[in-house]
Design a protein around this ligand. Structure first.
Ligand code: HEM
Length: 187
């Protein structure tokens, strides 16, 4: 995966758990590099080793860890130089989610080594007729479903539109659909 992801992970751990934890996690994952280059491509396996080591070190389940990392993505991803892309993605949650596939496809055109996930959006309504979004996710990679849950929650906070995110269906960790509902209607 692009170094951007490992870099964002490093920032997330440093920000929330401190340098000692980051060093312990890095060593447990056998990672020599002290920092990652955003636009270099690293083995996916390296990122997965980091996630595994962090989950163990912090005593979280892997899914819990990925959700937390996902939630931090808007802040740490934007601060890793993707602020302008964030702004291009839209000025509210629905527009941003509608643009998600386009955003990754465009990045994939610019950086040919990218294997971006794909997204399809259904605008729908919940049982109580409030508008909500069904998001279909598909990836080459396995096991990142909880990361998507976290990113969607983080996006909701970023746009001041807090949401509840539920996994409706997940297949072999490579495909999933999520129901994204505004939280205020349920509180
Ligand atoms: C400014 C916004 C964003 C940028 C610049 C961005 C960029 C990227 C990049 C560069 C990758 C690495 C792909 C690779 O190395 O092959 C990636 C992966 C990924 N992105 Fe995004 N992304 C953004 C927002 C989001 C959002 C909002 C979501 C989900 C709701 C998301 C979900 C994912 C997932 C799940 C992956 C892991 C790869 C996979 O599933 O196969 N991204 N993104």
């Amino acid at each position: 995966m692009f170094g951007l992801i490992n870099r964002a992970f490093e920032r997330f751990i440093l920000r929330d758990y401190g340098a000692e934890s980051w060093n312990a996690i890095r060593h447990a994952a056998n990672i020599e590099a002290s920092t990652f280059i955003s636009m270099d491509v690293y083995d996916d396996e390296m990122s997965f080793r980091l996630f595994e080591a962090a989950a163990q070190h912090l005593a979280y389940s892997r899914d819990d860890l990925l959700e937390r990392f996902g939630e931090s993505w808007v802040d740490v991803g934007a601060s890793a130089g993707f602020g302008p892309v964030m702004r291009l993605g839209g000025s509210n949650l629905t527009d941003f989610i509608l643009n998600l596939d386009n955003l990754h496809t465009r990045l994939g055109l610019t950086f040919s080594a990218l294997r971006p996930p794909s997204f399809r959006v259904e605008l729908t309504s919940s049982a109580d007729h409030s508008p909500c979004i069904r998001l279909h996710y598909r990836s080459d990679r396995q096991g990142l479903t909880s990361f998507v849950v976290g990113v969607l929650r983080g996006l909701g906070k970023h746009f001041n539109e807090p949401v509840d995110v539920r996994i409706e269906q997940a297949t072999q960790g490579r495909q999933a659909s999520f129901l994204v509902q505004p939280l205020s209607r349920h509180e």
